[in-house]
Ligand binder design. Sequence first.
Ligand SMILES: C[S@@+](CC[C@H](N)C(=O)[O-])C[C@H]1O[C@@H](n2cnc3c(N)ncnc32)[C@H](O)[C@@H]1O
Length: 256
Amino acid sequence: MGTVTRGTTNPNRLRRMDRWIAATHGAALRRAEDPVAVDLGYGAAPWTAVELLARLRTVAPRVRVVGVEIEPARVAAAKPYEREGLVFRHGGFEIPVAQRPVLVRAANVLRQYDEGEVAEVWARICARLAPGGLLVEGTCDEVGRRHVWVALGAEGARTVTFATRLGSLGQPSDLAERLPKALIHRNVPGEPVHAFLRDFDRAWAAAAPYASYGARQRWMRAVRDLTADWPVTDGPARWRQGEVTVAWEALAPRGR
Ligand SMILES: C[S@@+](CC[C@H](N)C(=O)[O-])C[C@H]1O[C@@H](n2cnc3c(N)ncnc32)[C@H](O)[C@@H]1O
């Protein structure tokens, strides 16, 4: 279910997303009786699935990863990389896996669909999740320096995470070009995500004196300021990594 799109991928591209998943969802994967994670739309090469397995195993040693791709030649190309805990399957949003996955990660997949298709795809995937399962859906640049993703549970969207390599950041709104499909067309005046990025840029500018201690200190100060007006759901341990997570309702498009 879905359509074949460009297969662009890169080794280590999704490291920020992998680390966040391991930190925030590791306990659920550890607890699960049958901890299956799906890398949906892994692309022209299987690197992101191989890396997801390695990173999740550090926090949940019994986890298994299923790479799912809608383009059959990409499945055939990935097969030689199967190993204990990692298989590749042909399929789409229906997720052709017998078990209910505890995690579905879809990176750089929905960006090539229409905005109007997102809600239905989210609902379809969330309906397949195991109890306590998580869908992480988002977008990043080709080398994974700028990343924005939405995390969803069975009940729907929960949070939006912005993650960046701080050394290469001009200002927080640089991340706007990597907003996931549900938000990218909403970065216009009058929409919450636009107001959020405007406030983030202001907080970043106000935190300029902290730049002499490094971009990390500046980011942490700017995020701390943002917490006065925006429902930031994480804390300094994540901010230190160049991340910030905000409740979905605060950024959701108007009129939803
Ligand atoms: C741009 S690549 C992303 C690869 C990798 N996830 C990454 O971030 O580097 C998108 C891939 O998603 C696949 N795709 C698109 N729609 C899909 C669907 N409904 N189910 C499974 N794969 C899909 C495309 O065929 C393509 O290979």
